[in-house]
Design a binder for this molecule. Structure first.
Ligand SMILES: Nc1ncnc2c1ncn2[C@@H]1O[C@H](COP(=O)(O)OP(=O)(O)O)[C@@H](O)[C@H]1O
Ligand code: SF4
Ligand SMILES: [Mg+2]
Length: 417
C-alpha cells in the first residue's frame, strides 16, 4: 500500500506478524496505558464552541436561542496517546467528537491536527485529512448499514479514498477483519449475523481501514456487555500500540477510561471542569463534580467522611444548555455552591503540574477552602462583587496543555515551578 499522506510521516502497515502479535495478546490482561511525555500533541483543541440554533415554530422560523452544546473547551491529545473525555449524557461529548472529525463545523475555536487548524477547511480540503482522523461510534447496531455486507462496509473507505488497487481490496478487507479478531472468511455476511461485540469490531475495522493517526472513539464499549467491554478495550489498546494511533476516548463514566487513558478531561454542560493525569483525577480530584462521578465508581476507594463510606449524590437534573446557569454551570447541583458561584464563572486554572480545575472552592474531597481560592486572581471579593482595591491576575487563561508554572491553591497566588 502506498502511504496516502507522506507529509505526516510513514504509517506502520498491517502485516501477518502484526496480526499474530495482536491475536496472541487478546486473552492476556493488559497493563494500563502509560503517559509518554516525549510525544508532541497530534491534536490540539482551543476554545472550541458549538452552538446549535433553536428555531421558533410557525412559517417564518426565526432563531430564538442556541443550544450551547460545547462552550469553549481546550485540550491536547499526544501522538499515539489517549485522552479520556468523560461526563453525563448531554454534556457535549459526542458534539466534540463530531467537530474533531469535522462532521460538524464548529461555531468557534481551533482544532489543530498535526499543527494545522482544520476548522476553516472546506470539505474538499478536509478530504485528505479524513483518512487520518476516524471515528468509532457508540451503537454497533445503528452505525452499520444492515443491507451492506461486512466486506462492503469495511472496504468502502478503501474505495472512496482509492488507497489500494482494486484487486487488493478484498485481501485488505480480510486482513482488517483478522486484525480485529473476526473470521476473514465472513466478509460476505451481514451485520445482523454478528453479536454486539463482533459488530463493534466491524466498526473498528472500518475505522482502521485508512490507518488513521487519530481515532475518536465515542463510547465504543457503552452498548456492550461488561465481559465483552474488556476484550474490546484490550483490542483498542493493541491497535493503539501496533499502529501508533492517538485516541480521544469518550465515555460517560470514569471507570471505563481509567485503564486506557493516562489523562482524563471531565465535562459538564459544555465545559471542561477538570482535566489532569490519571493519578490526580482518580486519587485527588478537586472538582465537586469529578468527586461525585468518582464516588459512583465501585472499585475506586470511596470517600471516607467521618468514618462512613459516602456516595455523593448528584441532586436534580442537568440544566438545559439553552439557558445554562449563570456563573458556574454546576452550581444548581453543587453542595458547595456559594454566592460567588452564581456571579462569576470559575476559570479553568492550572493548579498542579498536569492538573487544571474550574471551581472557586477547589480542594480535595472534604477539604474545600472556606474562602474562594479564585477571588484575588479575578479581582473580586469573596461574594463575587468587583473589588476596586484588587489587582486581578491577568494571566488566567485556558490554553490547551499545561504551563511550567501554576497557581498555588494555598496562597491563591504566585506560581510553582
Ligand atoms: N444536532 C443538534 N441540534 C441541536 N442540539 C443538539 C444537536 N446535537 C446535540 N445537541 C444537544 O447538545 C447537547 C450535547 O449533546 P451531545 O454532544 O450529544 O452530548 P453527549 O454525547 O455528552 O451525551 C445536548 O443538549 C443535545 O441535546
Ligand atoms: S464554583 Fe461553586 S458551584 Fe461551581 S463547582 Fe465550585 S463550589 Fe460548586
Ligand atoms: Mg454522546
Amino acid at each position: 500500500m502506498t502511504d496516502p499522506t507522506p507529509e505526516h510521516g510513514t504509517k506502520p502497515t498491517i502485516t501477518d506478524d502484526v496480526i499474530e502479535q495482536i491475536q496472541a495478546n487478546v486473552t492476556e490482561p493488559h497493563a494500563p496505558t502509560e503517559l509518554d511525555l516525549s510525544r508532541e500533541p497530534i491534536l490540539e483543541v482551543e476554545n472550541l464552541r458549538m452552538y446549535f440554533p433553536v428555531k421558533s415554530g410557525g412559517v417564518i422560523r426565526r432563531t430564538v436561542g442556541h443550544v450551547q452544546a460545547v462552550d469553549g473547551i481546550s485540550f491536547q491529545v499526544p501522538a499515539g496517546g489517549s485522552l479520556g473525555l468523560v461526563g453525563e449524557s448531554g454534556c457535549g461529548k459526542s458534539t466534540t467528537g463530531r467537530m474533531i472529525t469535522r462532521l460538524y463545523k464548529p461555531t468557534g475555536g481551533a482544532i489543530r491536527f498535526a499543527g494545522q487548524d482544520i476548522v476553516p477547511l472546506s470539505n474538499r480540503e478536509m478530504k485528505p485529512l479524513r483518512q487520518d482522523i476516524q471515528m468509532i461510534f457508540q451503537d454497533p447496531y445503528s452505525s452499520l448499514n444492515p443491507r451492506h455486507t461486512v466486506g462492503s462496509i469495511v472496504g468502502a473507505p478503501l474505495i472512496v479514498h482509492n488507497v489500494v488497487p482494486k484487486k487488493q481490496v478484498l485481501p485488505r478487507i480480510q486482513q482488517l477483519l483478522e486484525v480485529v479478531g473476526l473470521n476473514p472468511e465472513h466478509y460476505n455476511r451481514y451485520p445482523s449475523e454478528f453479536s454486539g461485540g463482533q459488530r463493534q469490531r466491524i466498526g473498528i475495522a472500518r475505522a482502521l481501514a485508512l490507518q488513521p493517526k487519530l481515532l475518536v472513539a465515542d463510547e465504543p464499549v457503552s452498548a456492550l456487555d461488561v465481559s465483552i467491554q474488556a476484550q474490546v478495550v484490550n483490542l483498542l489498546q493493541d491497535l493503539q500500540k501496533e499502529f501508533d494511533i492517538a485516541f480521544l476516548f469518550i465515555a460517560h463514566d470514569l471507570a471505563v477510561v481509567r485503564h486506557f487513558c493516562p489523562e482524563v478531561a471531565v465535562m459538564y454542560l459544555g465545559k471542561i471542569v477538570e482535566i489532569g493525569d490519571r493519578e490526580t483525577i482518580y486519587a485527588a480530584p478537586h472538582h465537586p463534580y469529578t468527586q461525585a462521578l468518582l464516588s459512583a465508581v465501585p472499585d475506586v476507594k470511596q470517600a471516607v467522611i467521618g468514618g462512613r463510606r459516602e456516595r455523593i449524590r448528584l441532586e436534580g437534573d442537568v440544566p438545559s444548555p439553552i439557558n445554562p446557569p449563570s456563573g458556574c454551570r454546576f452550581r444548581t447541583r453543587c453542595h458547595l455552591a456559594q454566592e460567588i458561584c452564581a456571579k462569576v464563572e470559575p476559570p479553568l486554572l492550572q493548579i498542579g503540574k498536569r492538573h487544571k480545575v474550574a471551581c472557586h472552592f477547589a480542594g480535595e474531597l472534604g477539604k474545600a477552602p472556606s474562602r474562594p481560592v479564585t477571588a484575588q486572581l479575578l479581582g473580586v471579593d469573596d461574594q463575587g462583587n468587583t473589588d476596586p482595591t484588587a489587582a486581578p491576575v491577568t494571566a488566567v487563561t485556558s490554553q490547551p496543555g499545561y504551563a511550567d508554572t501554576w497557581v498555588d491553591l494555598d496562597t491563591a497566588r504566585g506560581a510553582h515551578a
